[in-house]
Design a protein around this ligand. Structure first.
Ligand code: ZN
Length: 412
């Protein structure tokens, strides 16, 4: 099966060579071709160029994209879409004046989600998660990382990871799985945090590795959650079992988590709402991608990650949703890109680079995803008729997507 998309108003994120990430001032550059065509064969981008060079090309199906923009699908490198139930009551409680801490003390927060998940069957958990995955595919997400972390027991974490594995099997989107056993301290270990870290290190990680259920190891490194020492133990154990670090750091406090991540060659360090000069220094010259999650800042009314500081230092930035029931009940990458422009003062070029090629890098898949490049997977967004690609972040909150193609197949 081949698809020819022709008369494309502007083809976005075209890369002649297979760059794996873009950093610093290069993020301002978003290569495009106006009045373009794109040819897909099976699941692969095989050719593209100017319309005047398209005359002899034949395909099984032709899509006329007059007035429309075509870009690679979003690469959402940080989500928690496998969860049970929702937490809209806590949302209302917060509006009525309770703090995140008050809610956690009342048994809410991550522990609330963990209890619900432990009491939900694997089948039901899968069914709930399918709905969310279908929804984000419609919104243009073609590759997604999904974390465990609402189980907090060996069995429940394995249950979550098996659901992720099934999603990966049943859906054409690229899925990467992360073990986040150290997401919160379970109630039973409230007075013995070390014993819980022991459980993660000695039991959870080996079992997950044995069943090949995850690629990455994550820790919520934050005051009141896991310390630098806990984080280091868990990252070491993960690495010993072939799991690459990809960690939550600096959401509320900067105390060395970024440098620790870099020390263990983390693929990404995510959140960074708080960012010290030492953090920036640690990231320089590393292979670690800083990931900002603006929808989380929006929902919790906490600071936005100072991404300009990172880019000024010559560093790359990726954008992701953090889709989860507590702090970001939205998986809309279009909203993330808009919010990055509106609140973090990223240019549309920087935000689109951050949400495509750099997002792919933060999942370890940018050799095959995240740009329009010959030989890469045909994961494509065709917009509705819009004046320019700047319109995507500008006209926020509206759906500008008409068609999503994943692995060369149009999604309905
Ligand atoms: Zn998260």
């Amino acid at each position: 099966m081949s698809i020819l998309i022709k008369n494309i108003k502007e083809l976005i994120q075209v890369r002649e060579t297979n760059v794996l990430k873009v950093s610093g001032a290069d993020m301002k550059e978003l290569p495009t071709i106006k009045n373009a065509y794109l040819l897909i064969e099976h699941d692969t981008i095989v050719e593209y160029g100017k319309m005047e060079d398209c005359e002899d090309i034949q395909a099984d199906k032709t899509i006329d994209a007059t007035g429309k923009v075509v870009l690679p699908t979003w690469c959402d490198s940080h989500t928690h879409i496998v969860y049970a139930g929702n937490r809209e009551q806590e949302f209302v409680d917060r509006i009525n004046g309770l703090s995140y801490e008050d809610i956690a003390n009342r048994g809410g927060g991550i522990l609330n989600s963990a209890e619900k998940l432990q009491n939900t069957s694997e089948e039901e958990l899968y069914n709930q998660s399918v709905k969310r995955l279908k929804e984000v595919i419609k919104l243009g997400t073609g590759a997604i990382e999904i974390k465990s972390g609402y189980g907090l027991t060996v069995d429940a974490e394995l249950k979550m990871l098996r659901v992720i594995k099934r999603l990966k099997k049943e859906f054409p989107v690229k899925v990467k799985a992360t073990l986040l056993g150290a997401h919160a301290i379970p109630k039973a270990y409230k007075d013995n945090q070390k014993a819980y870290v022991d459980l993660v290190v000695n039991s959870m990680i080996p079992k997950v590795a044995e069943e090949e259920l995850a690629h990455y190891i994550d820790v919520f490194c934050e005051k009141g959650y896991f310390t630098l020492e806990d984080t280091e133990r868990i990252l070491k154990a993960g690495l010993a079992h072939g799991l690459t670090p990809k960690i939550h750091v600096n959401q509320f406090n900067a105390f060395g988590g970024v440098a620790l991540g870099v020390k263990y060659n983390a693929l990404s360090v995510d959140h960074l709402e708080e960012l010290s000069d030492d953090d920036v220094k640690a990231l320089k010259g590393s292979n670690t991608m800083p990931v900002a999650l603006p929808s989380c800042s929006y929902f919790l009314s906490i600071p936005y990650s100072p991404v300009r500081k990172l880019m000024k230092a010559g560093l790359p930035v990726a954008l992701a949703t953090d889709y989860n029931p507590g702090s970001t009940p939205s998986g809309n990458m279009n909203f993330v890109v808009s919010t990055a422009c509106i609140k973090m003062k990223m240019t549309p070029e920087e935000a689109i680079n951050a949400a495509t090629i750099n997002g792919a890098y933060a999942m370890g898949i940018s050799n095959m995803y995240g740009s329009i490049c010959r030989g890469k997977k045909a994961n494509i967004i065709i917009t509705k008729e819009i004046p320019s690609y700047h319109f995507l972040p500008y006209a926020f909150g509206n759906n500008h997507i008409e068609t999503v193609i994943i692995n060369g197949v149009e999604m309905s």
